[in-house]
Design a protein around this ligand. Sequence first.
Ligand code: NAP
Length: 295
Amino acid sequence: MTARILDGKGIAMTIRQEVAQRVSAFREKFGTSPKLVAVLVGQDPASQVYVRNKEIACQKAGIDSQVLKLDASTTTACLLETLDRLNQDPSVHGILVQLPLPDHLDSRLVLDRIDPSKDVDAFSPENVGLMTQGRPRFLPCTPHGVLQLLDRSGFEICGKHVVVVGRSDIVGKPLVNMCLQKSGPSGPSNANATVTCCHSQTLNLPAITRLADVLLVAIGKPNFITAQMVKPGAVVIDVGINRLGDRLVGDVDFESVCQVASAITPVPGGVGPLTIAMLLDNTLRAAESFHHRAS
Ligand code: NAP
């Protein structure tokens, strides 16, 4: 079997065009644009690229964006003050702090300071709680991107065995939660899975991953999932982005897994582009709900 390669880039472009159309309707209705502010602390080259890509994507969708660049030596107090100011600014609808932060900063304290109604990454305890209870304000961008990718590629997860490898707060845990819900971003067929979550302490990982109808991998280990760990015909979504020399590779050994899976995402060009598309969607939602609250 040679797997179908899922086109994350194309699906992300479609979603971005849909968001751009909704932004245009928003502007007609409210006479203003949604606005996202990204806070970047320090000079990490990868973070600079990520923030720049988000800025370009916003511009293309008609969303105002601003990058606040703070020195690497910024104190937690100064960063919190900046966030307080952005929280109170009615022209700012979405706020994100680009991770990772320099080691001397308390990331949890910083992220918790973002007003939950502007928390477009959906990392705050309030937004995680709402999502877990099946009444999300925002869906976390990368897990939401994974579900959009599956749905728009024609795959339902309802009743299927989904195995998630990785339990980070950013990807693994929210993916588990979203797959478990009774309804997903595209309805019940995009949810209602039977979910198993694996992590670094899981015993006999290959025996579990081989049970997956849908295997979602987010561990940050290049080419870790091999063909022997995949059930023939499974759908494999690779969230990993790892630098190997001058190449980007996923957590899944693409060449070998292509021979057993029925469908697989490439890296790059798989989940990555969806993350930005879903960030735009959240920023627009934040602006819409701000104006509905205000009217
Ligand atoms: P993370 O915070 O480092 O979490 C990694 C998870 O993988 C942990 O839960 C860890 O288990 C688990 N793990 C590590 N080694 C394992 C092993 N040998 N077997 C089973 N589980 C193992 O990483 P993350 O933030 O979730 O990111 C994961 C990957 O996704 C990275 O490559 C990252 O760059 C990528 N990513 C991509 C996007 C995108 O837009 N496409 C967005 C975010 C992240 P423990 O909990 O037991 O330590």
